[in-house]
Design a protein around this ligand. Structure first.
Ligand SMILES: NC(=O)c1ccc[n+]([C@@H]2O[C@H](COP(=O)([O-])OP(=O)(O)OC[C@H]3O[C@@H](n4cnc5c(N)ncnc54)[C@H](O)[C@@H]3O)[C@@H](O)[C@H]2O)c1
Length: 249
């Protein structure tokens, strides 16, 4: 029960890494707020977890993010942890990606983290502090081809994690991030379904993992639990790489 009675918001909690995180945090005694752009996905996860609350939010919209924080505090009286997980990827070089696609992705992956922290931090301060866990990616520290906007967005999330960590440590708030490698989630199911040869595509992804397989959402959730709990009390501005050795080579 490492998060007993802690109130935790997980954005993008309706699928993949976010859904696994909701389950792990609830198992550890947290009161979980499952926040997602897809209300039915959030509701399905919340139904599994005792005392959980489902909220519909688009993290790129300030008024919706503010309402998510207000509704959480109204329901549970406080906010202890926010996991900024909502995000998505897109393909293309800077030449291919059109401007709207770039702006839309940045609005979710970067502005979303900014807005969630902007509205969560004052609420956390009112009850003595809390923990922020951002979901970056290994692409924050290594380049990969044909994913220019996504790579730039996750680099920004890592940089923002360090900036927030320094700005708010005196208020009892710790901000850290995980940097996942390639993780088997519904997002990748979608990507694979669109590949000309999905089996070969998956084999290629597995081959670039020294550990020989993709990561699981549960493995990411366990790392997020560590950063959300007091076990990581000396971690500040850390970007924890968890990638099956992808960046070790
Ligand atoms: N899967 C991977 O290999 C991988 C690797 C590194 C980082 N990540 C990051 O992990 C996070 C979760 O990815 P996943 O693979 O679990 O994806 P996923 O598609 O399975 O889940 C993402 C969830 O976020 C929600 N979401 C998307 N935009 C939103 C918005 N604007 N507001 C609120 N909710 C929104 C979606 O509805 C979905 O439920 C993302 O930030 C992703 O970039 C994933």
């Amino acid at each position: 029960m490492r998060l007993k009675d802690k109130v935790c918001i997980v954005t993008g909690g309706g699928s993949g890494i976010g859904r696994a995180t909701c389950r792990v945090l609830a198992r550890e005694g947290a009161k979980v707020v499952v926040a997602d752009r897809k209300p039915e996905a959030a509701a399905a996860v919340a139904r599994e977890l005792p005392g959980a609350l489902a909220l519909s939010v688009d993290v790129s919209k300030s008024a919706e993010v503010k309402r998510m924080i207000d509704d959480t505090v109204k329901a549970f009286g406080r906010l202890d942890v926010i996991v900024n997980n909502a995000g998505y990827g897109t393909f293309g070089t800077v030449v291919d990606i059109d401007e709207q696609e770039w702006d839309d992705l940045m609005a979710v992956n970067v502005r979303g983290v900014y807005l969630c922290c902007k509205h969560a931090i004052p609420a956390m301060k009112r009850t003595g502090g809390g923990a922020i866990v951002n979901v970056a990616s290994v692409v924050a520290s290594i380049g990969i081809r044909n994913r220019a906007a996504y790579v730039a967005s996750k680099g920004a999330v890592a940089a923002l994690t360090r900036a927030i960590a320094l700005d708010h440590v005196a208020e009892g708030i710790r901000c850290n991030a995980i940097a996942p490698g390639t993780i088997d989630t519904p997002y990748y199911d979608d990507v694979m379904a669109r590949a000309p040869d999905p089996v070969a595509f998956r084999k290629g992804l597995e081959a670039r993992q020294p550990i020989g397989r993709l990561g699981t959402a549960e493995e990411m959730a366990d790392c997020i639990l560590f950063l959300a709990s007091d076990e990581s009390r000396f971690a500040l501005g850390a970007i924890v790489t968890i990638d099956g050795g992808m960046t070790a080579q």
